[in-house]
Design a protein around this ligand. Structure first.
Ligand code: C2E
Ligand code: CA
Ligand code: CA
Ligand code: CA
Length: 278
């Protein structure tokens, strides 16, 4: 037992060393990732609750590391935020996502493209001009782009940042509050920010099957959105039971593995073609 305990201590030390090693390595390699074309954008569909047609997409970035394989954004976005790479990274994601959205539009698809925003980009003061430049380069109408703002973005939001959001809103870009309900202060932001879409955090959706309280919570978020004149997107939909409940609550937009995982652009086009060959 003693030996096992010792082994246990040693291996957790090794695990920590390995984790630090990975983090250091990722931080070291990140600057070259963008210029060497190691980042790619995947797209996850957002569908209508009734006919399940694809009405929107979310652009989700991945890093294909030459040695470590696919690295999740949860692992490298904060590294990019720490060393100032986030602005070029976000600029690149915006360019790719708006260009692909324009390609779909030219093919006759009417879908809105969601892009996640980093607070650092907003703080750097160039979010609005970078968005404007990407829209212009792609010839994409501003209303086809939706920026997804998380509470952590907004926690930092001072008066100046809110006015940048007003600028984007004035351009006709759609703004959404991402992961709605995950933190404690989302409600207050609804009054202060010019957002038109609520993306209900997947924890709520997961709660649907836990009982009447879980369902009541989801129903109240949907109702809150309706009262405020906002569209509500349910995130993380994985089961038909969840779809049935969300439909009964008249939650119009759904996103989750049930309808499609984040996928490369070519796969997405193939998926769209199965819906409505034009
Ligand atoms: P998010 O904005 O909340 O994006 C949704 C995440 O939920 C994605 O994880 C997606 O793959 C995952 N997801 C979708 N449907 C389901 C489901 O049915 N079940 C479960 N369990 N998960 C589902 P992903 O792609 O790993 O992205 C993680 C986070 O990284 C995103 O969370 C977003 O905050 C951030 N992120 C991704 N791309 C970007 C980007 O270009 N810029 C910035 N700043 N952040 C990004
Ligand atoms: Ca998002
Ligand atoms: Ca989310
Ligand atoms: Ca998130």
């Amino acid at each position: 037992a003693k030996a096992a305990g010792k082994r246990c201590v040693r291996s957790s030390g090794e695990a920590i060393d390995a984790a630090i090693g990975r983090r250091t390595r990722l931080a070291r390699d990140l600057p070259t990732a963008l210029e060497q074309g190691q980042l790619r954008v995947l797209y996850q569909p957002v569908v209508g609750v009734h006919d399940r047609r694809v009405l929107g997409l979310e652009a989700l970035v991945r890093w294909e590391h030459p040695l470590l394989g696919t690295v999740s954004p949860d692992e490298f976005i904060h590294l990019a935020e720490e060393d100032g790479l986030i602005v070029p990274l976000q600029r690149w994601v915006l360019e790719v996502a708006t260009r692909q959205a324009a390609v779909l539009m030219a093919d006759g698809w009417d879908v809105q493209m969601g892009v996640n925003v980093s607070v650092r980009h907003l703080q750097a003061g160039c979010l609005a001009p970078d968005v404007a430049a990407a829209l212009a380069a792609a010839h994409l109408p501003p209303g086809k782009l939706m920026l997804e703002l998380t509470e952590s973005v907004l926690l930092d939001a001072e008066g100046g940042l809110v006015s940048d959001l007003e600028t984007l809103r004035g351009m006709g870009v759609v703004l959404s509050l991402d992961d709605f309900g995950r933190g404690w202060s989302s409600l207050a932001y609804l009054a202060r920010l010019p957002v038109q879409v609520l993306k209900m955090d997947r924890e709520f959706v997961a709660g649907i099957e836990t009982g009447p309280r879980g369902r009541a919570l989801v129903a109240s978020v949907v109702e809150l959105g309706r009262t405020l004149g906002m569209d509500v997107v349910a995130e993380g939909v994985e089961t038909e039971e969840q779809v049935a409940e969300l439909r009964a609550m008249d939650c119009r937009y759904l996103q989750g593995y049930l309808f499609g995982r984040p996928m490369p652009f070519a796969d997405l086009r193939a998926l769209l073609d199965t819906f409505d060959p034009t």
